[in-house]
Design a protein around this ligand. Structure first.
Ligand code: SAM
Length: 274
């Protein structure tokens, strides 16, 4: 697929809000404040470490851009923190949900439809950019990061989550791809793990009919650091892990507190300061 096709497919696929299946299993059928609170409580319970990566308490008065909105849980929390909030998403559904939340809660801010690969904002417009689980779907992770760099003011932070190339899930699910990528990186290659099949992508993101997200990339810490080389500083931490053998018997909350997510976690949380 070329970039135009990936972006078109992303715009169609993600129009169904990421989290819709979860909302259904929670019995959520509307977007009233009570229903959204139920969704958000579940979300922050499931990803408790988000609070240690996104400095919600320090964003008041700051120009904050969120990229990739999904069900809008983080969007609402960013706006509630007193940030001057802007949301950007390639699909209409997440944009409508974020704007609905802002209006319903009487919060300042706006969400607009567009791609982070071609952002329609002046350079150096934002103090902070938050992109959880988005940039690896764009079709061009390197360019997405470069565009975020342009949009940040000097000293501004990009806080983002992308999928980790060497998670336990990857070693189990696609051992040959994972080991050959490891060997390739050992000989100096820097970049994402290339094209993947439907089975791989749907293990991470699937719509309510089970269809896989159109495009997904996985990356190592060192390759991500290279993609962030124009930033003044870069740090990364691994989070999240499946309850699959041999971790199946440990309750998820307890599993998250072990050393395993930090070693072979699914998600790479990075902060890059311009
Ligand atoms: C997996 S969802 C994550 C949503 C949310 N951040 C969360 O944590 O639940 C990925 C989101 O990124 C958006 N997205 C994909 N490609 C994009 C692009 N090129 N520009 C902006 N948003 C994009 C999708 O529309 C979708 O809403």
């Amino acid at each position: 697929m070329n970039q135009t096709e990936i972006s078109q497919k992303n715009s169609d696929f993600w129009n169904e809000l990421c989290g819709s299946h979860l909302a259904k299993t929670l019995g959520i059928t509307d977007s009233s404040p009570e229903s959204l609170k139920r969704f958000d409580d579940w979300y922050f319970d499931f990803y408790p470490y988000l609070f240690s990566h996104i400095p919600f308490g320090q964003l008041e008065g700051k120009d904050v851009l969120e990229v990739g909105l999904g069900y809008g849980t983080v969007s609402q929390r960013l706006a509630e923190s007193g940030a001057k909030y802007t949301g950007l998403d390639i699909a209409a559904g997440p944009v409508a949900m974020a704007n609905h939340r802002l209006k319903q809660e009487n919060l300042n801010g706006i969400a607009v439809q567009g791609s982070i690969l071609e952002p329609d904002f002046p350079a150096e417009s934002f103090d902070t950019i938050v992109a959880i689980g988005c940039l690896h779907h764009t079709g061009n992770l390197r360019k997405a990061i470069a565009q975020c760099w342009k949009l940040l003011r000097p000293g501004g932070s990009l806080i983002f989550m992308v999928y980790y190339a060497y998670s336990y899930r990857r070693y189990r699910m696609v051992p040959l791809t994972t080991i050959s990528h490891l060997l390739r990186e050992a000989t100096g290659y820097r970049g994402v793990v290339g094209a993947s099949d439907d089975r791989e992508r749907s293990a991470y993101d699937a719509g309510s009919t089970g269809v896989a997200a159109p495009h997904t990339d996985w990356i190592s810490v060192r390759s991500l650091e290279m993609y962030c080389k124009d930033f003044a500083s870069f740090s990364a931490v691994l989070e999240n892990i499946d309850q699959e053998p041999p971790f199946g018997r440990t309750p998820r909350a307890a599993l998250l507190k072990t050393r395993w997510p930090g070693l072979v976690g699914l998600d790479l949380y990075a902060t890059a300061v311009k």
